[in-house]
Design a protein around this ligand. Structure first.
Ligand code: UDP
Ligand code: MG
Length: 310
């Protein structure tokens, strides 16, 4: 069993993979302990698969899990966790935004007793103002909703102990927000400050739609506050209706006829409010449905360089 397992999810990363492998290998060899680099090919449509085959042929420390279809970043990392056998497991992006050179420093913290060393971003190079702004608003809100459980400015870049990885492996939920799941697991956690670089090459595979899905998973998998907020909305409307009834009675007493336009507007608002509440409940029901169907989290086409070849 290697001391370190490095999980590298890859989706259409043909431009960066060779450089990633070169830099990862240099760092790990300098550390002088056994390691495995687990590339999870998340159903890429470019030459990622071929490049990984070459890399695995040339280097026995490299292993690959090839998905039969795209499952998404969080699912790819989850698969990597299932296949990793190291005592310490590092999760790192393939695009070199998280510098592999800081891994020895993280490993040192682990040897000093930390069981989760999570990367906390000092600066975010190469990200748009929109992404920085939305990330800041989102993490502030998530922090409130989860009562400070998910630390701010952290992504999935981290080193975790085998014991913590076992807890995550035992969590079968389909809507996976890994940084929240790690935070939930507890254990001795330490932040590690680092500068997040620009993407080495290629472009982001997290378009707005995928980002919104991840953001929604973070909220709905870790907080039932939105469901409770529906209660508050409903109560607010009951009070508003009582107030309206009172105003109408007073108007009638004084022989004044209210206009019907504002009533129509009020009705539309009410209908909107009800639909929003149904939608919020739907977010939870959809996730329950995903879980009760019990489908596997991911579909593996084949694996390379693992002892149990498929
Ligand atoms: N990724 C993946 N599956 C996807 C999308 C992304 O495995 O469906 C991987 C991608 O190859 C990279 C990491 O997840 O290693 C982060 O993705 P990306 O760099 O595109 O996101 P960003 O850093 O822009 O948020
Ligand atoms: Mg990236």
């Amino acid at each position: 069993m290697p001391v370190y397992s490095i999980i590298i999810p890859c989706y259409n990363e043909q431009e960066v993979l060779r450089e990633t492998h070169r830099r990862m290998t240099k760092v790990m060899q300098d550390m002088g302990e056994s390691y495995e680099l687990i590339y999870v090919n998340d159903g890429s449509r470019d030459k990622t698969g071929e490049i990984l085959e070459d890399i695995c042929r040339e280097d026995r420390n490299a292993k690959a899990v090839m998905f039969a279809r795209n499952g998404g970043h969080q699912i790819a990392v989850s698969a990597g966790l299932d296949y990793a056998s190291g005592d310490a497991i590092v999760i790192i992006d393939a695009d070199l935004q998280d510098p592999p050179e800081v891994i020895p420093e993280m490993a040192k913290r682990w040897k000093d007793g930390a069981q989760v060393v999570y990367g906390k971003r000092k600066k975010r190079d190469g990200e748009t103002f929109f992404k920085k702004f939305t990330a800041s608003v989102y993490y502030k809100s998530l922090n409130k909703l989860t009562k400070g459980m998910v630390p701010r400015d952290t992504g999935d870049f981290r080193l975790v102990d085998k014991q913590v990885a076992d807890v995550i492996r035992s969590m079968p939920e389909h809507a996976r927000f890994l940084r929240g799941m790690f935070a939930w697991a507890g254990f001795k956690q330490e932040a590690f400050l680092y500068d997040r670089d620009k993407r080495f090459a290629g472009e982001t595979h997290y378009p707005l739609k995928k980002m919104l899905k991840l953001a929604a998973d973070g909220v709905f998998s870790f907080s039932v506050t939105p469901l409770k907020a529906a209660w508050l909305c409903g109560l607010g409307w009951v009070f508003a209706a009582c107030f309206l009834a009172f105003v109408l009675i007073v108007c009638l007493l004084f022989g004044v006829h209210g206009g019907s336009w504002w009533l129509a507007a009020l009705l539309m608002l009410l209908a909107g409010n009800v639909l929003i509440c149904v939608g919020i409940a739907g977010e939870y029901i959809g996730r329950i449905y995903d879980d009760v169907r019990g489908r596997p989290l991911y579909v593996v086409g084949r694996t390379l360089n693992f002892d149990r070849e498929e």
